[in-house]
Design a protein around this ligand. Structure first.
Ligand code: AMP
Ligand code: ZN
Length: 474
């Protein structure tokens, strides 16, 4: 049984999908106006771990993720500029080109981090659901909300009237009256908006948005959708509400997800999602890493400093997804050493002389222990502790190659660290390793030392152990 912390209700709950074999999972994807910062990537590694955990429990997961390519203003509320328009101005390109470019960049980052692509919907050129491909579906929801009296029209926009939903804001656990006080006055830019909490479903291309380059006709006037609407529309047309799990970063709880719930539940009279699972932020010196603060790094920065992308993945796995975590280069460096140790351990599969035929290590038991930790609200730090202890204990009595390889494949399914995909050293290195083994057997110490040095120059370190020599890449 998987247990997850459900933001709706704020407690850890047994997870049971509506269909006993299948899980409907939706993730709010990136706004593609710039490169992802590694805080965003933490969110997607968390999602990926959730998906892998669900799959390892035997569920078939249908995972849909959107791409925001229109309507996300520089504030989560209805103020500021559209981020895509801003990106286009900055780069002198069209908004469509900007979106295409950063979708490809996002794919490159997520591929490097072994994040599985969503599998529940295929757009024109990628496995994501672009907001701009669901304009009609978004307008259908607006029509329903207007018909049912949940929305109203001003000169500038069509708004959702939050006062009409008695449980508006239930995801935050805050009373609606508290939220009203908390809403900042500067976000009210339309004097005909009835309440600062009301949010735009559709902006008309008038006033500050008169020259908005992305716009569509609608029964109510030319314009473009508000940001929150796309997720409700995409879920309705792909997975269909209610879904089992909806994910995103904690910054989405108060506005974006709260508004997704309001729109869907008002329009369709159905619950949007049974579980809401949110990842905490990656911080820099105790502040949220974000583009707008300028305190961010990208995967490119990580690679430029000589780290493998998977070291970043491992760093994220080392902290619990619901814990705020400060990003420090020293921590990444430690994660990178840990990854190198795991890789050296995986490389033992090439070192035949050390393998016994019989099995005195029970991989099944440790795999179950690891899964138990994952099923316990994705306790990834604990899984890594279990794995490290296991490696220390068993290094001296490894088992037959096939069992070991199968075990590495299982670990890769859970952690995505490519341990089962390692390649053997080349024939030249292999021959030097064998020569050193023979030199040692013949007690030819000077030849043995010379061979060890020459291997070290080629990036391979030899250690002599009770079982004989072991090599590892350095
Ligand atoms: P955005 O492209 O801004 O819509 O963000 C994409 C995802 O990254 C969302 O789920 C955000 O909640 C998440 N996110 C943004 N900044 C951070 C951060 N510093 N740490 C963790 N997740 C973040
Ligand atoms: Zn969303």
């Amino acid at each position: 049984m998987i247990r997850l912390f459900n933001t709706l209700g704020r407690h850890i709950q047994d997870f049971e999908p509506m269909d006993p074999n299948r899980v409907k999972l939706y993730t709010c994807g990136p706004t593609v106006y710039d490169f992802a910062q590694i805080g965003n990537l933490r969110a997607f590694v968390f999602n990926d771990t959730l998906r892998r955990t669900l799959e390892s429990a035997g569920y078939r997961v249908r995972h849909v993720m959107n791409i925001t390519d229109v309507g996300h203003l520089s504030s989560d509320a209805d103020s500021g500029e559209d981020k895509l328009e801003k990106g286009a101005k900055r780069e002198g390109k069209t908004v469509w080109d900007v979106a295409d470019f950063y979708i490809r960049a996002f794919e490159k980052d997520t591929t490097a981090l072994n994040i599985l692509p969503p599998n529940g919907y295929h757009g024109k050129a990628e496995p994501y659901a672009r907001a701009t491909d669901f304009i009609n579906e978004q307008q259908d929801i607006i029509g329903l909300l207007l018909d049912k009296g949940f929305a109203y029209i001003t000169e500038q926009a069509i708004y959702f009237e939050t006062a009409k939903m008695s449980d508006y804001g239930k995801l935050t656990g805050q009373k609606s009256s508290d939220k009203e006080v908390a809403a900042r006055p500067e976000v009210v830019v339309d004097n005909n908006k009835k309440s600062p909490q009301d949010f735009a479903l559709w902006f008309f291309t008038v006033g500050r948005f008169a020259s908005h380059s992305m716009h569509w006709t609608s029964p109510w006037g030319e314009g473009f959708p508000g940001w929150h609407l796309e997720c409700s529309a995409i879920i309705h047309s792909t997975l269909k509400e209610p879904i089992d799990i909806h994910t995103g970063g904690v910054d989405h709880i108060g506005t974006h997800h709260t508004n997704e719930i309001a729109q869907t539940e008002a329009a369709f009279g159905t619950k949007l999602a049974n579980f809401w699972v949110h990842n905490e932020h990656l911080l820099v010196q105790d502040e949220k890493m974000s583009k707008s603060k300028g305190n961010f790094f990208t995967l490119e920065d990580v690679i430029k400093r000589g780290f493998e992308p998977l070291a970043l993945r491992l760093l994220f796995l080392q902290s619990h997804y619901r814990k705020q975590t400060n990003f420090r280069w020293e921590s990444l460096s430690a994660a990178s050493s840990f990854l190198k140790n795991l890789q050296a351990w995986a490389d033992l599969k090439f070192q035949d002389t050390l393998h016994k035929n019989g099995s005195d290590v029970n991989y099944g038991v440790v795999l179950e222990k690891i899964k138990e930790c994952l099923f316990d609200d994705l306790n990834t730090p604990e899984t890594l502790a279990v794995l490290s202890q296991f490696i220390q204990k068993t290094e001296k009595n490894r088992v037959a190659k096939d069992n070991f390889q199968t075990f590495l494949e299982h670990l890769d399914e859970l952690f995505g660290l490519d341990l089962s995909k390692r390649a053997d050293v080349g024939s030249e290195i292999k021959s030097l390793i064998n020569q050193r083994q023979i030199a040692r057997q013949n007690e030819n110490w000077s030849a043995s030392d010379a061979l060890r040095n020459s291997l070290l120059h080629k990036g391979v370190e030899i250690n002599d152990t009770e079982q004989g020599q072991i090599w590892r890449r350095v």
